[in-house]
Design a protein around this ligand. Structure first.
Ligand code: FPP
Length: 241
């Protein structure tokens, strides 16, 4: 959800105003995602690296998160949404945990959609933590090192508890992942939008999904067309793509 700061600067407003407008976009996009029947939506709301921002901006973001969780609580529960949080939650201030934890708990039996908030999240940090867990199990004799494979690692990544991401959308014009869902992103489709996050609308999401629906996902295999033509399998220059 990139572009809040620029959105505010373009209007001569403080960056915090951009984050506030960004919160309104979060409400819009969560609502439409639920109506579209999306199974899981993960929002990169605050990265591990975002702690390095000026204290006033960090405080404003924590305040907005708190406000969001309070104001959306009823809608989340009434609409069968399961709220989960991924990242180093121990770094979040107590006033955020006080609303986040009960909502995670109260919504855990819900099954219509999972809304995952990435908070104090970093893809590299998540992988490092999973590696630490695996190493501890090996050291204590609970795990054979030869059993450590892609699935074993993936099973220790909270971001993949909802499955691999199908589509990762980044707004705000930059074309990079910035430490988001690194392991799960292996075969995710990527969509980059120039729209700044506070301006991101339902229509922008429809467009991204429509574009995703036209893509052919090969997961390192050959395309469907090639499978019906054995010669193409041998000669295809796109094998491994
Ligand atoms: C990146 O834009 C955005 C963030 C670091 C925060 C995202 C937070 C929200 C959308 C609002 C609060 C979240 C919830 C779930 C209510 P940026 O500030 O880096 O923008 P810039 O690149 O234009 O400076």
């Amino acid at each position: 959800m990139d572009g809040n700061g620029r959105w505010a600067e373009m209007r001569g407003q403080p960056r915090e105003a951009g984050h506030k407008a960004g919160s309104a976009a979060v409400r819009r996009i969560v609502r439409i995602s639920r109506r579209l029947g999306i199974d899981a939506l993960t929002l990169y709301a605050f990265s591990e690296q975002n702690w390095g921002r000026p204290p006033g901006e960090v405080d404003a973001l924590m305040g907005l998160l708190h406000e969001y969780l309070l104001s959306e609580r009823d809608e989340i529960l009434e609409n069968g949404i399961r709220l989960v949080a991924i990242g180093d939650l121990s770094r979040l201030p107590p006033f955020v945990r006080e609303v986040l934890d009960p909502l995670r708990d109260a919504s855990k039996i819900n099954g219509r959609m999972t809304l995952a908030l990435a908070l104090s999240y970093g893809g590299r940090e998540e992988i490092a933590r999973a590696a630490q867990d695996l190493a501890k199990d090996v050291a204590q004799g609970r795990l054979d090192p030869n059993a450590i494979d892609v699935e074993a690692l993936a099973a220790r990544l909270p971001s993949l508890s909802v499955g691999d991401p199908d589509l990762i959308i980044r707004t705000g014009g930059e074309q990079r992942l910035s430490n988001f869902l690194l392991f799960g992103a292996a075969y995710a489709e990527l969509a980059f939008s120039d729209v700044l996050w506070p301006d991101y609308t339902e229509n922008d999401l429809f467009e991204a999904i429509a574009c995703y629906q036209k893509r052919e996902r090969r997961f390192g295999n050959v395309g469907k067309g090639a499978l019906s033509n054995p010669e193409a399998i041998v000669t295809s220059p796109i094998m491994g793509a």
